[in-house]
Design a protein around this ligand. Sequence first.
Ligand SMILES: [Fe+2]
Ligand SMILES: [Fe+2]
Length: 343
Amino acid sequence: MADPLPQLRTAGQADDDPDGSGQRRFDELIAADQRIEPSDWMPAAYRKTLVRQISQHAHSEIIGMQPEGNWITRAPSLKRKSILMAKVQDEAGHGLYLYSAAQTLGTDRDTMFEQLITGTAKYSSIFNYTTPTWADMGSIGWLVDGAAICNQVPLCRASYGPYGRAMVRICKEESFHQRQGFEILLELMRGTPAQQQMAQESVNRWYAPALMMFGPPDADSPNSQQSMAWNIKRFSNDELRQRFVDMLVPQAEILGVTLPDPDLKWNEERGHYDFGELDWAEFAEVLAGRGPANAIRVARRRAAHEDGEWVRAAARAYADKQAELASATNSTTVNSTGERVAS
Ligand SMILES: [Fe+2]
Ligand SMILES: [Fe+2]
């Protein structure tokens, strides 16, 4: 199908703004904390940053369906199965809103899909960890969706309109995701010693990777400053990580799980919890594609994409037929079986 947004593809290049009025208007909008919309002039670097961030975010939602989708057939009850199915479907929806938002910047969806299935696009490293136990459904909801909320609530105010608006709905759903994960762990912690142990063991595995979801420490995150200047990002990686830890500690107390960090303690002076160093060497390994499930995730996504080719072909054929029928309406009529007949 033809790309519906070809006119946006070259917008934002320097030669599109010979008198500098586009840049001035952009700077005014950012300074006033107003929104940039798809038809506005924007600097090429702003567009590129957004395409990268939004498409990586979309890919994360789509790949993120796998570690949980893996448990749908094995959920311990009908209720758990329907909750998990709804949650995984939400993640598919998040991916689709975000691909749509990225498309408004002039990058078509096929290009983004291609980058994902050929392994050239990045997505959140957290989804390269495996889910060997049912308790992992609890830990993912509580910790992974919990970290996602901390990260994403400020993105509802991102300067790029379509991204910020997509995030509003996504955040509402993420908050349900976090609560359902918390509730899975709570039920396990109220269960037998074996269930409690399963919950604790799972939290032990997911805690540090969830903290790493905020990205490297501020000192090692050179692009963050520019994103903050453009009002895409509102808080630094370390600020968000701190906010997340402060939120988790009281919740862990209610659950009765121990967070696996011996350095975790309240700092009266700072008014925040102190926490230990994270293993950034592990983060780099997973990011470089050497995590426990990187190869499986991309291969699975590629197979799903290839298996879906007949659906795309059918949708294309249907759309083409509709367009043909619409353009022929003036000179022909359509009979009850959809065939065109001369009028
Ligand atoms: Fe999501
Ligand atoms: Fe989620």
